[in-house]
Ligand binder design. Structure first.
Ligand SMILES: NC(=O)c1ccc[n+]([C@@H]2O[C@H](COP(=O)([O-])OP(=O)(O)OC[C@H]3O[C@@H](n4cnc5c(N)ncnc54)[C@H](O)[C@@H]3O)[C@@H](O)[C@H]2O)c1
Length: 459
């Protein structure tokens, strides 16, 4: 049984800690956020991740997972220390690694021989792990003996536990052969391919992987935009492309663009890294530009349908940047809602799990109890996150609740045939041309609208 300290109990740290405890290790999770640690001690996870709360509770009950705000408690007896700390973007696009440096400075005086392995799981610019190693050495020459290992994380929010337990590969980068042996041993029970590389290669693999996935998203979005003008449904195109083994089907779903806490900042950070080394990151810049435009295109569709947004009521379905998470960091829906409001529209929103977080950020948006309540009296529905729940909505019932039957499907989650049969003017992404807007209904919506009130959401 190894003793593992995980510094940072967010999406990556908490999943890593709980899963390593499940694999039989003794894990101490450290976080500076005392409120978060208190919640975790009570068995509550401060964000939505399927299965995580149950796993955390089980591991806490087993005694193999404990929580603390004390670095000293975490570092004591640790064989391995995982750094799962934020690397947010600086105004110039570079990744801010200062939180990692501060954590290493705080850990340094606590480390004693035989030294633990320090593992960086955060997504960091090439050279960061070497810098952290130098920092330890500067603090005390003896600490030059502390192995620093790069072990980038590839889990996806929404399926984080399964991704951790069944990874396509585990990447372990180190500056000397043998340094990473203990980390490799931790992952051995997963029976996953382990790629051992140099430190810098491991750091670059993570950035290149995220940038490539973001590129696929922007690529299919651009293809979808062209499809719209030439009367082709992009779904068939994506199927045809994806069944080519050289291409594969994943990340070929058009939508309102990528978001979340990783792709936007990682593409930006990689572009910055290229630029400071004299490489003009033309492709990465285009990826970012296409992504930024994609949300605006949805808004344009809405404007085309409604004539103007001023005075319109827009129902937004889905706020999280993707389904199965309540993460709204860089979520396209947040920016789109702000723009609708800026143009004088009123927004009524619904998301199965992200509303408490969104309500704090968007105080003027009315958060509603379900998709029907959000659409009650609305001029249009904007579907921005492809939660399964939206795919099964009773469109005929929906039409009776709305002032105008307009559905802008930013994720191609609804069958256009079903929408048309229910009388909707439907526009998806890359699904052929946008139909003419319907006239404003001369009659008020039926009485059921009044019966569905906005439900306050706990913040
Ligand atoms: N979220 C993902 O899906 C994902 C996937 C792969 C990689 N990553 C990368 O992993 C890293 C962490 O991301 P995350 O999403 O887990 O972040 P997060 O914001 O969810 O969690 C970070 C945690 O660190 C804590 N923290 C901040 N400063 C601290 C300090 N000095 N000492 C101890 N704790 C501190 C915060 O309180 C928070 O609980 C980032 O570099 C990110 O790019 C994230």
């Amino acid at each position: 049984m190894n003793t593992v300290c995980v510094v940072g109990s967010g999406y990556v740290g908490l999943v890593t800690g709980a899963c390593l405890a499940e694999l039989g290790n003794r894990v101490v999770a450290v976080d500076v956020d005392a409120e978060r640690i208190e919640l975790l001690r009570r068995g509550e996870v401060p964000f939505f991740e399927p299965g995580l709360e149950e796993l955390v509770r089980r591991m806490s009950a087993s005694g193999r997972l404990t929580f603390t705000t004390s670095y000293a408690t975490g570092a004591a007896k640790a064989d391995v220390i995982f750094l799962c700390l934020p690397t947010p973007p600086l105004p110039n696009g570079a990744a801010d690694t200062s939180i990692l440096r501060t954590a290493v400075e705080e850990l340094a005086p606590l480390l004693q021989a035989p030294y633990p392995v320090v593992v960086c799981k955060s997504t960091v610019p090439v050279g960061t792990c070497a810098t952290l190693h130098r920092l330890l050495e500067q603090i005390s020459p003896l600490l030059g003996a502390v192995p620093v290992v790069a072990n980038p994380e590839f889990l996806r929010e929404g399926s984080a536990i399964a991704d951790f337990m069944h990874p396509d590969r585990v990447v372990i980068g180190s500056h000397a052969p043998g340094c990473a042996a203990l980390v490799e041993a931790l992952y051995k029970p997963l029976n996953a391919p382990i790629l051992t590389t140099g430190l810098k290669t491991a750091e670059m693999i993570k950035y290149a992987s995220n940038a490539f996935l973001a590129t696929r998203i922007s690529f299919i979005n651009e293809i979808a935009n062209i499809c719209e003008h030439v009367g082709v449904d992009v779904a068939g195109v994506a199927d045809g492309m994806g069944s080519d083994k050289r291409i594969g089907p994943s990340f070929l779903r058009p939508g309102v663009g990528y978001g979340g806490s990783c792709f936007p900042k990682d593409v930006q950070a990689l572009a910055h890294l290229g630029a400071i080394h004299g490489v003009q990151p033309r492709l990465l810049r285009s990826v970012m530009e296409v992504n930024a435009d994609q949300g605006k295109r949805v808004l344009h569709k809405l404007r085309t349908q409604l004539g103007r947004l001023d005075g319109a009521t827009v129902a937004v379905w889905g706020i999280a940047y993707k389904p199965n998470t309540d993460d709204i960091r860089e979520a396209p829906a947040v920016e789109i809602m702000r723009l609708v409001e800026q143009e004088g529209g009123t927004v009524r929103a619904y998301d199965p799990v992200a509303m408490p977080k969104a309500a704090a950020l968007l105080p003027t948006v009315t958060m509603c109890a379900d998709p029907y309540a959000a659409a009650a009296g609305a001029d249009a529905v904007l579907l921005l996150t492809e939660w399964n729940e939206f795919k099964g909505v009773d469109l005929t019932r929906l039409a009776t609740l709305m002032r105008r039957s307009i559905l802008i499907d930013g994720r191609n989650a609804v069958d256009p045939g079903r929408a048309a049969a229910a009388g909707f003017h439907y526009a998806g992404i890359g699904r052929g041309s946008v139909p003419e807007p319907p006239a404003l209904s001369p009659v008020e919506p039926n009485g059921r609208v009044d019966a569905i009130a906005a439900v306050p959401v706990p913040v």
